[in-house]
Design a protein around this ligand. Structure first.
Ligand SMILES: Cc1cc2nc3c(=O)[nH]c(=O)nc-3n(C[C@H](O)[C@H](O)[C@H](O)COP(=O)(O)O)c2cc1C
Length: 149
């Protein structure tokens, strides 16, 4: 199975999660920053996992730009999943989070959504990741792979 994990990251926390997810998945896996991927390549994978930091309740510009460039329902036939990193503070909930929005866009572009749109917690804007989140991300990724079979 060919998997692509695409991420954006300002302070490195989402990058760590993305790489952890990549390590947890067997088969042919690439982990690339959003700016390193051409939108036309996304549909060439069996599984596409997209994740980024939550900024004001939304995905970052790099993730939005990449997904906006995917034409029509080009992701038809591709399994897709989304994750984000986010703060644990209750007050940020009113803004929403990046992962459900990424998942919504991937689905709109024709992708077959698998797994839950998942958030992984950072202790503060610059991190670090909360203890245990890398392990939780690895488990999440393994569950997703199981669902594709
Ligand atoms: C401009 C900005 C806006 C943010 N807005 C939110 C938010 O709405 N909700 C939230 O949970 N975290 C928010 N955060 C915190 C980010 O989730 C956190 O910086 C990110 O998870 C760290 O990931 P990174 O190291 O990959 O950049 C924001 C951070 C920045 C810099």
């Amino acid at each position: 199975m060919k998997t692509l994990v695409v991420y954006d990251s300002v302070h490195g926390n989402t990058e760590r999660v993305a790489k952890g997810i990549g390590d947890a998945i067997t088969g042919e896996v690439q982990v690339l920053r959003a700016g390193e991927v051409n939108s036309s390549e996304l549909k060439t994978f069996d599984l596409l996992i997209v994740g980024g930091p939550t900024h004001r309740g939304r995905p970052t510009q790099a993730i939005r730009d990449l997904l906006d460039q995917v034409p029509g329902i080009a992701l038809q036939g591709t399994n897709v999943a989304a994750f984000d990193t986010r703060l644990p503070a209750k007050w940020v909930r009113i803004f929403g989070y990046a992962a459900p929005r990424i998942a919504g866009t991937l689905k709109k572009k024709g992708g077959t959504l698998i797994g839950s749109a998942e958030g992984f917690f950072v202790e503060g804007t610059e991190g670090p990741l909360r203890e245990g989140e890398l392990e939780r991300a690895a488990l999440w990724a393994k569950e997703i792979v199981k669902s594709t079979k």
